[in-house]
Design a protein around this ligand. Structure first.
Ligand SMILES: [Zn+2]
Length: 280
């Protein structure tokens, strides 16, 4: 499942390849439900002739900025991947939508599970409205501890689901939430309202640390994630707890890793490094 580091890696790759290219239109293969804002033929007409002026990321969205204030926005959900290819290159499995450029290259949206979505926003306001409920970006300077502390202090309940809900902070999914809780020494079921200031500080730093490490390693490829060139990332080789086998020893203390279900998500944790009781 692509989380912030996987989306950021894709955006950085595609930025090099897409900027300056002009869209010819959309070739729809199947599964029309992936078009979130316009039917394929309408979207095709609206992007025809528009040039790519920039690529950015917002939370787990890939944002392709176009001329005339338009933006093409992708959410990959469970298994979506974006590949930049020449029209003559063999089609990847599960390619559902193809965005063609005038120079016979193309951007392909492949998605095994078909939960991925593409949005076309016609101006800045439409785009910002769509992103209105998202929390702050964890890797930007504006995400400082004072802000994090203030928002977290108003929240109640178990930490794990809180990290996933995209209003406290964006970009964390199951993998990086598990990792951040391990690095900060906090139990996934620890209640937010019981955290000390020192623990909140640890969590704040851990979120950044695990995301930055994920980007350095070009993302985590445990199942379907591939970068813009179709290559796997390597962060799966550097995870502390996520995706360990049950009973495998914690790298820090040797205690067997436990796997529990929290909010229907597999939660990997070390019962020694992450005690449920309040810290000091
Ligand atoms: Zn441990």
């Amino acid at each position: 499942v692509p989380e912030l580091p996987e989306v950021e890696t894709t955006v950085r790759d595609l930025r090099q390849m897409l900027i300056g290219r002009r869209f010819k239109g959309v070739t729809f293969q199947d599964w029309e439900r992936m078009f979130a804002t316009h039917p394929p033929t309408v979207m095709s007409q609206l992007i025809k002739g528009e040039e790519v002026t920039g690529l950015t990321r917002r939370a787990k969205y890939v944002v392709i900025e176009l001329t005339n204030g338009k933006s093409l926005v992708f959410h990959r959900k469970m298994s979506g991947n974006l590949f930049y290819r020449h029209t003559e290159d063999e089609l990847e499995k599960y390619t559902h939508i193809i965005f063609g450029f005038e120079d016979e290259s193309e951007l392909r949206f492949s998605d095994l599970r078909k939960f991925g979505r593409v949005y076309l926003f016609l101006d800045e306001k439409e785009k910002l409205d769509h992103f209105a409920k998202l929390g702050p970006e964890p890797l930007e300077d504006s995400f400082d501890f004072a802000h994090f502390n203030a928002v977290l202090s108003k929240r109640k309940g178990a930490l794990k689901p809180l990290l996933l809900d995209q209003t406290l902070v964006v970009g964390l999914g199951n993998i990086y939430a598990n990792e951040a809780l391990f690095v900060s020494g906090l139990h996934p079921l620890r209640r937010a309202e019981t955290l000390t200031e020192a623990e909140k500080q640890k969590l704040f730093l851990a979120i950044r640390q695990v995301l930055e490490k994920g980007i350095e390693n070009r993302g985590t490829s445990l199942s379907d994630y591939l970068d813009g060139n179709g290559q796997k990332g390597s962060n799966q080789e550097h995870l502390f707890v996520h995706f360990k086998k049950k009973g495998e020893p914690c790298e820090t203390c040797g205690t067997p890793i436990e796997i529990m279900r929290v909010g229907q998500r597999s939660t990997y944790m070390c019962p020694t490094c992450q005690p449920l009781s309040s810290g000091q």
